[in-house]
Design a protein around this ligand. Structure first.
Ligand code: EPU
Length: 437
């Protein structure tokens, strides 16, 4: 079990650069299967979900290759069965539905089911594919999607702006026969980024990043390939910004798109941080002696609303703010599992389903806490930056699903923060050494 030790009390200073967005990279790795030409993705962070995606690609017959920070995707003829263990390890396996259906004519996906954030159905993915002419057989634990001939373009309205379903239908429609219009599509920057990649490969797409996307189907795989630099990770950028708000100091987050986290930066300003933003970087400053202001009433929503992935980070900022705050997560039922860890550090919080209420306290103290999920884990690490003493965040493997090295990044900014192993890991390693010796 991975764990991270954080000793609170240091302010942060310096510059940091977010990696390529996980939520672009994961669908892009799947989208590469649609192409007849070679693809390269630049600056891909070393994340657990990227490793799982590479394993999935190999399992379906592709030959991805990591060269330093780049991933090469040579053209392939993939097959359509996704191994259950890989599908279960990563929600992003759903991104392989459309590419495998398109290239192999059939795909079998063990159902991703619920996850720690709550139920995560894929009905919109399946309903949309059925509207394009696919035959969908959904069983209790797996779904099989087939096509007889090419998928056919259609006019389809998503019942809610799902990021994943928009990407599935975008990928499927690119290779279908005829034109597709997607209405009520999600507008997150990662969707526009995937569309840029697909266009480089020969797809004809207009309006990606808006609620109405028009796609002219190619009637087969995309003819080209692409060399692509995915958008910078806006949630990682928000994480660094939240860390400065909590710990105090001055940090510039460089080579990012501040406009992609505008709602979060507005929230930090209202909480008492100084923010200076340009087109490709922003600086967050907070005097650790000055108070943070609470009284926030936040509701997460689809882009350009307050991103659900930043809700636990906002909570970490508000724990010591003056005044009562509330956060409602409109997307996931169990977004605030991190509340338990906050409370262990002395915060006054109450999680009730989708709602978190916070009454700001003056001081927090160190504790041993458990990362419940990716963003909740990041929020606990950040909270510990301002807690008295040395905290330990257990089960930190969750955090590695979305950040290559969050403890290292924070340490480079001056935090006392390091990843470590549990005693049992050390004991196992010693035992192995003894046995091998
Ligand atoms: N939904 C349905 N049916 C569907 C699809 C979605 O009911 O067929 C519901 C979901 O249950 C949820 C809402 O729609 O309540 C939004 O889900 P969405 O499909 O937009 O999310 P996602 O594609 O599963 C991506 C990110 C998440 C991020 C959300 C929202 C990836 C790999 N994941 O998930 O990122 O929270 O969009 O922005 O892109 C994370 O990075 O930690 C993370 C969870």
């Amino acid at each position: 079990m991975e764990r991270i030790r954080i000793t609170g009390g240091r302010t942060l200073a310096g510059r940091v650069r977010p990696a390529a967005a996980k939520n672009s990279v994961l669908p892009l790795l799947a989208a590469g299967l649609l192409c007849e030409g070679p693809c390269v993705l630049r600056g891909v962070p070393d994340l657990a979900d990227v490793d799982a995606s590479l394993e999935l690609l190999r399992a379906v017959g592709a030959q991805p290759e990591r060269r330093g920070a780049d991933i090469l995707l040579p053209p392939s003829r993939p097959g359509g069965r996704i191994p259950t263990d890989i599908a279960g390890a990563m929600r992003a396996s759903v991104f392989y539905l459309a590419p495998l259906l398109t290239r192999a004519g059939q795909v079998e996906l063990p159902l991703p089911g619920g996850c720690r954030l709550g139920p995560r159905p894929i009905d919109i993915h399946l309903d949309g594919l059925a509207t394009l002419g696919a035959q969908v057989d959904a069983g209790a634990d797996r779904v099989t999607v087939r096509r007889a001939g090419l998928l056919q373009g259609a006019d389809y309205t998503l019942r809610l702006p799902s990021v994943g379903a928009t990407l599935t239908l975008l990928m499927a429609a690119c290779c279908a026969q005829g034109d597709t219009t997607l209405r009520g599509a999600a507008c997150e920057p990662e969707i526009a980024d995937v569309a840029v990649f697909l266009r480089k490969c020969g797809a004809r797409i207009e309006g990606a990043g808006t609620p109405v996307v028009r796609i002219r189907g190619m009637g087969g795989p995309l003819p080209g390939g692409a060399d692509h630099d995915p958008v910078p990770d806006r949630i990682a950028a928000a994480t660094y910004a939240a860390a400065v708000a909590v710990a105090g100091g001055q940090v510039t987050v460089e080579q990012c798109r501040p406009g992609h986290l505008a709602a979060f930066l507005r929230f930090l300003r209202a909480a008492g941080c100084e923010i200076a933003a340009g087109p490709t970087e922003f600086t967050v400053r907070r005097d650790p002696a000055s108070p943070l202001w609470g009284g926030a009433d936040l509701r997460t929503g689809a882009w350009p609303g307050f991103a659900t992935d930043t809700a636990p980070l906002a909570a970490a900022v508000l724990l010591r703010a003056r005044g009562d705050s509330r956060i409602h997560d409109a997307l996931f039922q169990n977004r605030f599992a991190c509340a338990r860890g906050f409370a262990a550090m002395g915060a006054r919080v109450r999680a009730d389903g989708r709602d978190l209420s916070i009454r700001g306290v003056q001081t927090l103290h160190a504790a041993t806490v458990t990362a419940p999920d990716l963003r909740g884990g990041a929020a606990l690490i950040i909270t510990a930056l301002a807690a008295r003493g040395t905290s330990v965040v257990q089960d930190a493997g969750h955090v590695r699903r979305g950040y290559q090295d969050l403890p290292g990044d924070l340490a480079a900014l001056g935090a006392r923060c390091a990843a470590g192993q549990t005693l049992s890991d050390v004991a196992k390693k010693n035992l192995l050494t003894v046995q091998m010796g």
